[in-house]
Ligand binder design. Sequence first.
Ligand SMILES: *Cc1c(COP(=O)(O)O)cnc(C)c1O
Length: 374
Amino acid sequence: MEMKRNILLNPGPATTTDSVKLAQIVPDICPREEEFSSLMKGLREDLVKIVHGDLDTYTSVLFCGSGTINIDVCLNSLLPEGKKILIVNNGAYSSRAAQVCESYHLPFINLCFPYDQLPDLAKIEETLKANPDIFLLYTTHNETGTGILNPIREIGALAHKYQSIFVVDTTSTYAMLPIHIEEDNIDFCMSSAQKGLMAMAGLSFIVGKTKWIEKSKDFPTRSYYCNLFQQYDYFEKTGEMHFTPPVQTIYAAIQAVKEYWEEGEEGKWERHLRTFHAIHKGLEELGFQNIIRREWQAGLVVCVQYPKDQNWDFQKIHDYCYQKGFTIYPGKIDGMDTFRLCALGAIDEKDIFQFFKILREALERYKIPIPVSY
Ligand SMILES: *Cc1c(COP(=O)(O)O)cnc(C)c1O
């Protein structure tokens, strides 16, 4: 089968290999069969191992949904009665967590920092000290809207110093930037199959401490479908997802994990970094400016400011590139016009070199002088 290869520079879903795409084409199977639950058991263990978790301490729980389901599940399931959540917020994805708290009417503190700055650890500590009822500290690892990398190990240490559990949205770093769940002081992290794993959208998962999931049995149940303990408990008792799993998507994820081990944690991260450096080089050559200090960037997302040129029209540039097989993506920062180029997925620096040839053509086509101006 000949499949057109598109280069996705958007922040997920990412470009996948043909072998992952084709892994979805399997004989029909009822997911309640033993054969299927044993596949899921292996996958759940691999998902813990990818972040170097010890299977005696950590487990993973699968959900059918996009990555946001993990944020929803963690926040609504892991808060005891009378306790509070602290969100360390410097971007769009932590703001999404704040919206989840609002939707469930959960008591929370939204500790906001500028989107282009690292969170201030002293302020976090002050807040924890002043609010002994904080039970859950939440933040985002790589703020995918800007590409800034938050210091989770340090934030997690503060959480633990004040007897709080630490939940991190690692959706856009998991299976890319190496994570050591224990050393990084993480109690719960999360991702979605279409990002770092380079598999298909529709399967998401939470990796976390079994002890806390079991304790959360006695916490208030705020959702029927999106409850962490119930999904975990069903898996433990039956080996199955509570409700219908995304069957074919799981086959693709299993193939993707196999390819992950083949490429290796280090090799894969080096490839993403190489791709990221190629993005920076291409942008510099055309005069584009990015908005986050380079040394604070995770190495996966570059957020680029629109040039100040009367002929600049993002949609036109996008459409030109899209027709040639390259997808670029608008930004996610309130009040600032940006677009993003991401190093996720089954791509390498040569794809980026090719992309910049096309981007240059697009700029010339629309009479935007190079280097672009600000
Ligand atoms: C992609 C992403 C999510 C999930 O977004 P969905 O659109 O629900 O898949 C959550 N957090 C971060 C940091 C992400 O990059």
